[in-house]
Design a protein. Structure first.
Length: 435
């Protein structure tokens, strides 16, 4: 749960190469576009590391410059020093050049009073309220919600013998659970899922979907102010600090959007690993421990958030041998940093295809003051693991209905997830009437 906005389809910049590895000899900056970022990102990152070192000059769609931090130590330095590298989008020295329809604008954001787009003391004020509200989510009760909603989704396709585990299960499950947690009645969960799906498309309807998203949150806020309940929104309203309705709404939007697609991709990537890697196939036959191992492996090898925007330099500085100017955008290359040979050689080689086993020193949830809040990490883990376990209990003979090579990744350098995961299985009866 590390990004508040949904994936934005890539648009090739004018300088993007037409084919081959985007890291080209003599290039002054690496375009963050092209199929290699979603087909073979580790190959791209190795080439970057070899040519540029731990901090890479990159070019965002539209030709806008930024720095991509791919070194584990350097990324740790950036995320630890919130004063030198705050998450203050208002510092960006490119604002005068950014068009209103820039495709990455929903992800980069603009200065606004929410937990995700504030810095320093103002961020801590929002984080204290949101963190306290999330901390009171009871894990046992949350698992119960996940089991019920996962069963409800499985009942919709279990008699068919085929399914797309992304569209039918991984994508809707997190938003249905999150909608219930923040206080929406179940009948509204499907509408929230539809809004977030439109946002994820990043197309012409994304702006209108964002407006509908805010309207749903405003209605929820009014409903919970009138009749409080045992939910995140009611606890935010009961918090001792003073917040405006706009702040409440923006924080609720951030909580839901940040947890939606990242958790969906964690589920989808974990299921793909278990369906394609023999080492994790035991999870398909009821190996609960193997589910946790597969999920941890995914956070190291295929974390849902590959690149996170971002940080902005508060003053001129040096990082990884590079001269960073005040106001420069610094992108967090979470996926690349996890593959840094420096950290890999210091980790245990006890288990996992990459030797990670239960090691959780990955940066999949970012790090430092602006990391994904710990309660949110726990919520995401419970949703993903419970959903996978319910699915495997219900459909123990799942297998891919296409070759592993035919599976397609979302076309984004920033978020890593499957566009589809088609499977077949022995049809089973529904557990109940959840229509």
């Amino acid at each position: 749960m590390t990004t508040p906005a949904s994936a934005v389809p890539e648009r090739s910049s004018a300088s993007a190469s037409g084919g081959g590895c985007p890291v080209r000899a003599g290039a002054s900056a690496v375009p963050l576009s092209g199929p290699e970022f979603h087909t073979e990102p580790h190959v791209v990152y190795r080439a970057m590391r070899s040519e540029y070192g731990p901090v890479v000059p990159v070019e965002l769609p539209g030709g806008f410059p930024a720095w991509l931090v791919i070194g584990y130590r350097e990324l740790h330095q950036v995320t630890t020093d919130g004063e030198l590298f705050p998450r203050d989008v208002g510092l960006w020295n490119q604002w005068e050049h950014i068009p209103e329809d820039w495709p990455l604008l929903p992800m980069v954001g603009r200065p606004m009073p929410s937990i995700y787009f504030t810095a320093g003391a103002e961020h801590r004020r929002h984080a204290a309220m949101v963190g306290e509200a999330l901390e009171e989510v009871e894990p046992f009760e949350l698992r119960g919600h996940c089991e019920q909603l996962a069963d409800r989704l499985a009942d919709r396709f279990c008699e068919r013998g085929t399914a797309d585990l992304i569209a039918d299960f991984a994508v809707p499950l997190p938003v249905l659970v999150l909608a219930r947690l923040i206080g929406f009645p179940d009948e509204d969960g499907a509408r929230i899922a539809e809004v977030l799906r439109d946002l994820a498309d990043g197309g012409p309807g994304a702006q209108e979907a964002h407006q509908r998203f805010g309207e749903h949150m405003q209605q929820l806020l009014a409903a919970r102010r009138a009749v409080p309940g045992n939910d995140v929104t009611s606890r935010m309203l009961a918090y001792s600090g003073e917040f405006t309705d706009e702040e409440y709404v923006l924080d609720l939007m951030a909580i839901t959007a940040a947890g939606h697609l990242t958790t969906a991709d964690w589920i989808g990537n974990s299921l793909r690993l278990m369906l394609t890697d023999d080492q994790f196939a035991v999870a398909l036959s009821g190996g609960r421990h193997s589910v946790a191992e597969a999920m941890n492996e995914v956070l190291w090898e295929e974390g849902p958030t590959q690149i996170l925007a971002g940080r902005w330099a508060a003053r001129d500085t040096r990082l990884g041998g590079r001269s960073i100017r005040a106001g420069d955008m610094v992108l967090l290359g979470l996926g690349a940093a996890n593959a840094d040979p420096y950290i890999r050689q210091h980790l245990s080689t006890s288990a996992g295809t990459s030797g990670q086993g239960g090691n959780s020193a990955h940066l999949a949830f970012s790090h430092g003051e602006y990391r994904c809040p710990f309660p949110a990490q726990e919520i995401a883990e419970i949703i993903a693991r419970t959903g996978i376990e319910v699915l495997l209990d219900r459909l123990p003979d799942l297998e891919l209905s296409v070759s592993a090579q035919a599976l397609v990744r979302r076309q984004s350098a920033f978020l890593r997830g499957m566009t589809a995961l088609p499977v077949r299985f022995t049809p089973v009866r529904p557990t109940g009437d959840f229509s």
